[in-house]
Structure formats: structure tokens, C-alpha cells
Design a protein around this ligand. Structure first.
Ligand SMILES: [Cu+2]
Length: 186
């Protein structure tokens, strides 16, 4: 019974964790709107994310407008910029709490795990037969972006109809602490 090495078993476990996060993300994809493409004329809105707040409480948008959001996280915690209806954001809060609990997400970022890759070695090759690779857990939603501490992310969105659309951070406790704001049609 030498078909499954301990290395492969560990790799399989980590892959299980990584794909779990992805599966949750894929499940939200079908009924949610997607990110848009920016053009040179796209208006840019700067938002500062901090522990625990957004720099804006309300953002004016025009019907049909595409906006490029530049999101700078100046806090020590990871934050999210999620555009959607409040009911969907409540649903997403539960998903995020589950991802925190299973370790896919941490308060400061996405979990990283080390997977040992097999290397094809030829005759006379002195390199080790396997090498480590750092894998970051994935959690991508079409209507949200995670912003790690000290980073700046861009997020482009087209507002077909801003009625009832809010922006929020759905990480556990953050919406409740005030990380929520609304889009106002002008
Ligand atoms: Cu947050």
C-alpha cells in the first residue's frame, strides 16, 4: 500500500479546504450581477476602509452609470466591499461566518496552506523530488471584493438601478458595527 504517500494525503486535505471556499462562491454566482469593465471616462470613487468603518455613508450615482471604486484598507483587519440588496448581504454574512469558522478566512486575510508538489526528476538530477507551494484559499464573489489590511483594490460596477442597493462589509460583526452605506440615485 504505497500508492498514497503522506504528502499526497496532506495535499488532498488542503485542496479540500481550498475548493470548499470556491464552491460557496460559485453558488452565489448564478443570481448575482457581475462586475463591469472600466473605460477611461469611468468615474472613480475613493473609499477608505478602517477598523471598523467606510469613509462614506452614502454615495451618489446616476442611473446606468459605471463607477470604479478604489478601496484602500488602512485598518489592521480584512474588510469587504459588497454591493447588493440587504437581504442577500444578510445571507452572505452567514457564509462569511462559516468561512471564518472553517479557517478559509481569518480576521486579517485568506488562509494560506503549504502543499508539497511532486517534481519530475531525470537521471542525475540533484534537486529534491518535491517542492512546497503556498496556496491561498479563494473566496470570490461577483458582487464583492475582499480587501486585506494595507492593500488597495479596484472594483467596477454598473448601476442599472440603484434602488435598495447598499454597500456593506459582511465579515462577522462588521455590518452591525456600522460598515454599511447606501447608493442614492441622482
Ligand atoms: Cu469589515
Amino acid at each position: 500500500m504505497n500508492s498514497l504517500s503522506p504528502t499526497m494525503l496532506i495535499a488532498a486535505l488542503f485542496f479540500g479546504t481550498a475548493t470548499q471556499g470556491f464552491a460557496v462562491a460559485a453558488g452565489t454566482e448564478s443570481n448575482a450581477p457581475r462586475q463591469a469593465q472600466a473605460s477611461p471616462s469611468t468615474r472613480t470613487v475613493f473609499i477608505k476602509l478602517d477598523d471598523i468603518s467606510f469613509s462614506q455613508k452614502s454615495i451618489d450615482v446616476r442611473p446606468g452609470e459605471t463607477v470604479r471604486f478604489v478601496l484602500k484598507n488602512e485598518g489592521a483587519l480584512m474588510h469587504e466591499f459588497n454591493i447588493g440588496r440587504v437581504s442577500l448581504q444578510h445571507e452572505h454574512q452567514r457564509e462569511m461566518a462559516a468561512l471564518m469558522q472553517d479557517g478559509t478566512l481569518t480576521p486579517t486575510g485568506k488562509a494560506k496552506s503549504i502543499v508539497w508538489r511532486e517534481r519530475n526528476t531525470g537521471p542525475g538530477d540533484s534537486t529534491p523530488p518535491s517542492y512546497p507551494e503556498v496556496i491561498e484559499a479563494t473566496h470570490d464573489d461577483p458582487n464583492a471584493v475582499l480587501v486585506e489590511p494595507g492593500t488597495t483594490k479596484e472594483f467596477v460596477w454598473t448601476f442599472a438601478d440603484a434602488t435598495n442597493l447598499t454597500f456593506a462589509c459582511t465579515l462577522p460583526g462588521h455590518t452591525q458595527a456600522g460598515m454599511i452605506g447606501d447608493f442614492v440615485m441622482r
